[in-house]
Design a binder for this molecule. Sequence first.
Ligand SMILES: [Zn+2]
Ligand SMILES: [Zn+2]
Length: 343
Amino acid sequence: MREKDLKAANGGDSVSELTSWEGGIIQFPVPMDPPLRRVNSYILPDRNGQLTVIDPGPHTPEAEQAWENVLQSAGYSWNNIRDILVTHHHPDHYGLAGWLQARSGGKVWMSERAHDEAQRTWGAEAVLNETLPLYFTRNGMPEDWVQGIREHLERFLPQVTPQPVVSYMNTAEPFIMGNRAWQPLVTGGHAPGHVSLYHGDSGQILCGDAVLPLISPNVGLQPGGEPQPLLTFMEGLRELRGLRVSRAFPGHREPFTGFAERADSLLRHHEERLDTAAALLGGGPLSGFAVCEALFRGRVSSAHQMRFAMSEAMAHLAELVRRERASVIQPEPGGVTLFAAVE
Ligand SMILES: [Zn+2]
Ligand SMILES: [Zn+2]
């Protein structure tokens, strides 16, 4: 069972604490920005002391320091890190991979789809800084929010620099970590090409942000991303809930049991949200921003939260359109797109 405080890192920061779990999985909460505050990195040592790291964290001075402290206190050196597996391209999971690779010489593994998304979002050719604000404007977001989101997007770049050299996982084959064979499972919706890793014999799953306890993973529609993220997210939940899971190791918060029940409650949450959004349109056509404001009223206080809230509202509207519960009213040039209820 759980062996708390396996080895506490002495970085003067209470988050640099390792927890050891069944099967040799080591949980290492890496500091990140609020509101999440921690992202779980997992370390899987093999019999020869070689390490696989899952999701190293964002590239920040605090995360660098936490890694320095933890490796030292656990008696490992950088050279012990052989593989670095990244579940998806978000900065809190992917950001430190390039830095860790430079230190350790480890191989960085991602699905090809997730790496495409990393390049599209953070690479030299990235256009999201322009396309996302434009998309939000067309869907009715006022300029002061759009400007805040523009600035917010630019602030992320240091957290994902340097970019790693990536090897593509063969997601049809088991991936060996800690002397055990883990089955990669690709699901979309939260992030394209998101990989969870499932060990059937023990029932353990490293599920990144595909399923989280206490938090509903963000499902966002963004230009250039998945066209139907809520559909793919819900399909992913239905696939994952069918696994025999003894314990899930998520990207945020604590490892948990009751995996299928958690997936079911996320499915219910999204069905309820769809009904709420459809009821809003029942009062007359609305912009995506108006729906976002009604859905997330009072819970959005920063550009960061607004970006996720708006993308999520757009994902719900796209799903209502797909289900033929809503239709799109295309605007005049320069106007705002509206959504209308289908009777
Ligand atoms: Zn994520
Ligand atoms: Zn995350």
